[in-house]
Design a protein around this ligand. Structure first.
Ligand code: SAH
Ligand code: SF4
Length: 459
């Protein structure tokens, strides 16, 4: 682990001293993607260093933080909804500190809205600034001054932050931050800044310390991992991790079809540790819509990548993201999306209703699709994908898959749950001793959202 930046040390110590002798608790609510989940783990790490303990469900914590998302409108609405509820909690407990951070805070206008209607928020800051939380907290605690910041995204990568991981079995490891792609519907490049890659050594060191703590699986994170660029590309990074880290499983997301290479698909095939799974967002099956989305690939190219992946790695699990109702999407465009769905037979698809995002080119288009049409298409898409998912799941019945056991079912301690390489959820009966192990499970039945099986073998 690298030496922590000095400013992190200093304010952590100061806040810890203020908290000394009293039991202080925290709660973090995370909205949005895996990157946010990882950011929240770092915030939890720093809060615990400052003497805060995770709050139980039945108490009002001393510190609540919302790590926000603005990729779609409903994520934003949820944050404001929850924030409204917190006002009541603050009336009950005046000392409650409310903090807001992440993507939504980075958007023009959000801070003004908070200043106007949500004055009970105490600390507000954007993305890539969590290493400054101890300083904000210290200043608030010592001066009583609200800490509101809406500054441009910081491009610096801060290494060596403490992390409190949600799971001891699997972990997220960011390999790059930001995005340069500017898909015409997407706010991410506006709120997370330009692409910057972590150094290979920092990634390797993080994975090796996770291995030392017992972690079995890492998911390498980036908005577009295929454009990782730090003394080598993403495929080279995978081979390097394979050589230098004794981790059992490696996953990665997200891949962008415009940048994915045959070398990467080859690496999925070659490296045992790399799970046979590819998450490759399609967004739309229509070449016209893809061009207007600024995705830089067309329907045929996408189909060609998927068929290459299936050819090179026949057992590959495939998942995707799809947006329904992009401005100007016609029935024919939508039919193209359904066509790609049928041809690719994804194991899973994350489906989204197009959501207008401030500052993106698609938001100012006059040919927005009505709510009704979007809704109808969405239902159709879901129905089609669910039947494909079920059909694919049923095809596994009778086969044996390798499952990393993640835990026991909440309702029945004898039922274990985990994921196979393709990222499917597998439930089966077994001893809790198997948690954290990779076991062979024979699939006995399949549902849309999970598979069931039995095991008698530990690999
Ligand atoms: N960098 C990743 C993930 C970005 S956000 C990628 O490129 O795939 C995750 C998903 O949210 C996207 O893949 C897209 O399907 C969806 N999304 C992004 N902006 C959206 C919007 N304005 N409306 C609806 N869905 C959106
Ligand atoms: Fe958004 Fe496109 Fe970047 Fe993904 S690649 S984060 S969808 S702009």
């Amino acid at each position: 682990m690298k030496e922590k930046p000095l400013r992190l040390h200093k304010y952590i110590e100061e806040v810890r001293r203020i908290n000394l002798g009293s039991r202080k608790t925290y709660q973090i609510r995370t909205f949005g993607c895996q990157m946010n989940e990882n950011d929240s783990e770092k915030i939890a790490g720093v809060l615990e260093e400052m003497g805060y303990l995770a709050a139980s469900d039945n108490e009002i914590p001393d510190f609540i933080l919302f790590n926000t998302c603005c990729v779609r409108e409903n994520a934003e609405q949820k944050v404001f909804g929850h924030l409204g509820v917190l006002k009541k909690q603050k009336e009950k407990k005046e000392s409650l500190i409310i903090a807001l951070c992440g993507c939504m805070m980075q958007q023009a206008g959000t801070l003004d809205k908070i200043k106007k209607s949500y004055r009970h928020a105490d600390i507000v800051y954007g993305t890539n600034k969590s290493h400054l939380l101890p300083q904000y907290l210290y200043t608030l605690l010592t001066t009583g001054q609200k800490q509101y910041f809406a500054e441009p995204v910081d491009q610096e990568i801060i290494e060596g932050q403490p992390v409190k991981r949600e799971s001891s079995i699997k972990a997220y490891v960011p390999i790059m931050y930001g995005c340069n792609n500017f898909c015409s519907y997407c706010v991410v490049p506006l709120v997370r800044g330009r692409e910057r890659s972590r150094k290979k050594d920092d990634i390797i060191n993080e994975i090796n310390s996770l291995v030392a703590e017992g972690t079995k699986e890492v998911t390498l994170l980036g908005q577009n991992v295929n454009s990782y660029d730090s003394d080598g590309d993403f495929t080279e990074l995978l081979y390097l991790i394979d050589r230098q880290c004794d981790i059992k499983r490696i996953r990665f997301m997200t891949s962008h079809p415009k940048d994915i290479s045959s070398r990467l698909i080859q690496a999925i095939h070659d490296i045992d540790k790399v799970c046979n799974h590819l998450h490759l967002p399609l967004q739309s099956g229509s070449t016209k819509v893809l061009s207007e989305m600024n995705r830089k690939y067309d329907k045929d190219r996408y189909l060609a990548i998927i068929s290459e992946a299936k050819q090179m790695v026949p057992e590959i699990g495939l998942s995707t993201d799809i947006i329904v109702g992009f401005p100007g999407e016609t029935d024919d465009d939508f039919e193209d999306t359904l066509d790609v769905l049928e041809k690719c037979e994804f194991d899973f698809a994350y489906t989204f209703l197009y959501s207008k995002r401030r500052g993106t080119p698609a938001a100012s288009r006059k040919d927005q699709i009505t709510k009704e049409v979007k809704g109808e298409r969405f239902e159709k898409l879901l129905e089609k994908q669910n039947s494909i998912t079920l059909k694919k799941n049923l095809s596994f019945v009778g086969s044996t898959v390798k499952v990393l056991v993640e835990g026991a079912s909440k309702t029945d301690k004898e039922i274990l749950t985990g994921r196979d390489e393709a990222n499917k959820i597998i439930n089966f009966k077994g001893s809790p001793d198997l948690i954290g192990e990779i076991v062979n499970v024979k699939i006995t039945s399949a549902k849309t959202w999970h598979l069931e099986g039995e095991t008698n073998e530990n690999i």
